[in-house]
Design a protein around this ligand. Sequence first.
Ligand SMILES: [Zn+2]
Length: 264
Amino acid sequence: MRWEELSSDQFPAAVKQCEGVCLVALSVIERHGHHLPLGTDMYEGRELLKRAAALEPALIFPDHILTQIPEARHCPGTISIDGDLILRLLDNVCREIARNGLKKIVLVNAHGGNRNLLAFFNELQLYGPRDYVIYVTHPYTNTRGALEVPWEPASDGHAGPGETSMMLAIRPDLVARQQIPSDDESKAREHLQALKAVGVQTGIWWYADYPTHYAGDARPATAEIGEQLLDAAAQQLAQAIKAIKADTETRRLLDEFYAGSQQQ
Ligand SMILES: [Zn+2]
């Protein structure tokens, strides 16, 4: 069930029915090549949560689109919020969710660039006691390579055949197939090779390889595969929700840790 669709009167019973588990899809508004909409991650995240919660009940938080995306600031339509505000906003959102009685908050990554942000945000939880637990999961990447697909899974990337297939399943009216390039635009530009060869990264690394935010030839995409990809990720997320409902160990360890860290 979706948070915004409940009445205030219905809310407490919904919290109980979901065993205090709230799902937050972390997406972003950014360019997805020439053929997909700016809100691709938002649509994918929303659909994934809907399918997962149908398998294992959990409350679905409204779309959370204000996450990291400085690497697309050169692309029209990108919404790129300041880094410190992203962290403060996410922390505030989690505190609001917990204040409403949902003490298990599942941050579901729906945008590749959020991986490092979420790992860091999770570590920030250790600074002080909280009455809720944050769980982070990456269902799309966790299920990558699990299905038979008519492309090389390692070559699939941003706005590539996987994402295009999912959008063909969710909102085919927003996919402009005729705009998919037929040249090498989806291939890495392979700039900065001298630095990469010695294990050095810079902040411009993504732009250096994929300036149009398109990685992996999207032409073999189909709605049928999109359905399968969404279902596989939803099943993975439903299993995660089940394990999170059963989990009491994280709470116990956090309380032990908080008690110890406050004595210093
Ligand atoms: Zn995307």
